[in-house]
Design a protein around this ligand. Structure first.
Ligand SMILES: [Ca+2]
Ligand SMILES: [Ca+2]
Ligand SMILES: [Ca+2]
Ligand SMILES: [Ca+2]
Length: 480
């Protein structure tokens, strides 16, 4: 994924676009299509507490669905129905449905991610379940669903994995997939919220030596200790990509009540925390949503994240693997932030950053910024008119970006919950640029993403689009 972001600017020579300015930024970016595409109803868009979102091909037809972590109701699998021109929940309340088990209404899910854990080419789906536990031990374990025997089944519930005691039973906040050894078999990184020395970060993956795929035996292990990531912290956001490494997957965690982690992959599947040397510990702030992108097109991965009612950060990486925060003004100004997404929503070849806020006490409109590259200077950050995605009363808890209807334009989905039940919102971009330097261009973001999906490279670091899992459950925030 970061190869993809890093490579993208090479296609796009530096260009100062004249005439861009405040006039353009006054055009609203998003318009709501919820009422036509996903109207609130009990089956498809229940008014319930939701959290994170992940994008994956759940039914194996080649099109991507959106999986939603339901907290006080079922998890949802939203699939675009081309005939009806709307999203439908295919995880229906019918035991004969192959997607029935994914609903898991007792799970109190707050995070979800998807990746190929067993290397068979199809992605598994991991739900982080946390119950009412704020930290430490939870009463209901996480689940890892694999499609087999014509339906999704929980691998963590297999006898062998129950015996191995591998299921995470801790109160976590976020999950992301990491191919730590570059084998195409992914581990699931679980950013748990520790209570003292209970609940370290976990890393769940297939134990190849103990598995026998020919017999359908998939043994799982928590390898966090051997990988060197089993730290105790108030885990919040997590994102995966080649941050310091050239191609292997590193892991960045923005934490609460302690320093962030920047785990550099040592190339053998173990990690070393470089946060202090890199200058990204930010230990007095409390991280939430996080995303990776190369904002200044220098080929080095940069990090953007929101801090809970604290300064938001945009850390540019220099040539010595150190980072410098260039966030200022309204971009950095504190908000009750949850999800952060970096994407070129309007296809103008510049990255946008979306901050999803939770209006847990008073208005907290979502915000959108363009981060425009400049030759020989730091990127220029400009606030855009977010349009109907502002949702000033929205209790935002998760979000994701995907082209759900396949029209070549990115779409935004926002989940809400925690302190108030609200349905999911769906947004389309109002002003998608199809012309760049006088040439008609399709969305290169999508071209590249599609190509990478085909090459199964995208999945390697797909956390970028799974950023909706940057969710949390924070008793201090509960206003109900
Ligand atoms: Ca599909
Ligand atoms: Ca698989
Ligand atoms: Ca960069
Ligand atoms: Ca679209």
């Amino acid at each position: 994924m970061l190869r993809w972001w890093a490579g993208l600017p090479l296609l796009l020579p530096f260009l100062v676009l004249c005439g861009r300015g405040l006039a353009q930024s006054s055009e609203p970016m998003f318009r709501s299509v919820t009422e036509t595409v996903l109207p609130p109803d009990n089956q498809h868009n229940p008014t319930q507490l939701n959290y994170g979102m992940a994008v994956t091909d759940v039914d194996g037809d080649g099109d991507l669905e959106v999986v939603v972590a339901g907290y006080n109701g079922p998890n949802l699998v939203l699939k675009y129905d081309r005939g009806q021109k709307r999203l439908v929940n295919i995880a229906v309340d019918d035991r004969s449905s192959p997607f029935y088990s994914l609903r898991d209404p007792l799970g109190n899910a707050i995070g979800v991610t998807a990746c190929d854990v067993d290397g068979d080419g199809r992605e598994e789906i991991y739900f982080l379940n946390t119950n009412n536990a704020y930290s430490g031990r939870a009463t209901y374990s996480d689940k890892l669903f694999k499609f087999r025997n014509g339906r999704f089944e929980d691998l963590l519930g297999d006898d062998i994995n129950v015996r191995r005691g591998v299921a995470n039973r801790m109160a976590g906040r976020s999950v992301a997939c990491v191919d730590r050894k570059g084998t195409g078999r992914y581990a699931v990184y679980v950013a748990n919220y520790a209570s003292g020395n209970v609940g370290p970060h976990a890393l769940i993956e297939m134990d190849e030596a103990a598995s026998d795929l020919t017999k359908g035996i998939i043994a799982l292990s928590d390898v966090a200790a051997q990988a060197g990531v089993n730290k105790y912290i108030g885990g919040r956001g997590v994102v995966v990509g080649p941050i310091l490494s050239q191609s292997s997957s590193d892991v960045f965690c923005d934490n609460e009540n302690g320093p962030n982690f920047l785990f550099r992959n040592n190339g053998d599947g173990t990690f070393t925390d470089m946060a202090q040397q890199a200058g990204v510990e930010d230990r007095y702030q409390h991280g939430r949503g996080v995303a990776l992108a190369d904002f200044n097109a220098d080929g080095k991965t940069d990090i953007v994240y929101g801090n809970w009612n604290g300064q938001h950060r945009l850390y540019l990486q220099d040539n010595n693997q150190r980072f410098r925060d260039i966030a200022s003004g309204s971009f950095s100004s504190p908000s009750p932030v949850r999800t952060v997404i970096a994407a070129d929503f309007d296809n103008d070849q510049e990255l946008d950053v979306f901050f999803n806020n939770i209006a847990y006490r008073g208005h907290a409109p979502n915000r959108l910024f363009r981060v425009a590259r400049r030759a020989g200077a730091d990127p220029q950050i400009e606030e855009l008119n977010v349009g109907e995605a502002a949702e000033p009363q929205g209790r935002g808890t998760g979000a994701t970006v995907t082209d759900f209807d396949g029209d070549g334009e990115l779409d935004l989905l926002v989940a809400h919950g925690e302190s108030a039940s609200q349905p999911i919102s769906v947004f389309k971009v109002t002003q998608v640029s199809h012309y760049h330097r006088g040439k008609s261009v399709k969305n290169k973001f999508l071209f590249t993403m599609t190509a990478l999906i085909k090459e199964n490279i995208f999945a390697k670091n797909k956390n970028h689009v799974n950023i909706g899992q940057n969710t949390h459950h924070d008793k201090r925030d509960n206003t109900t």
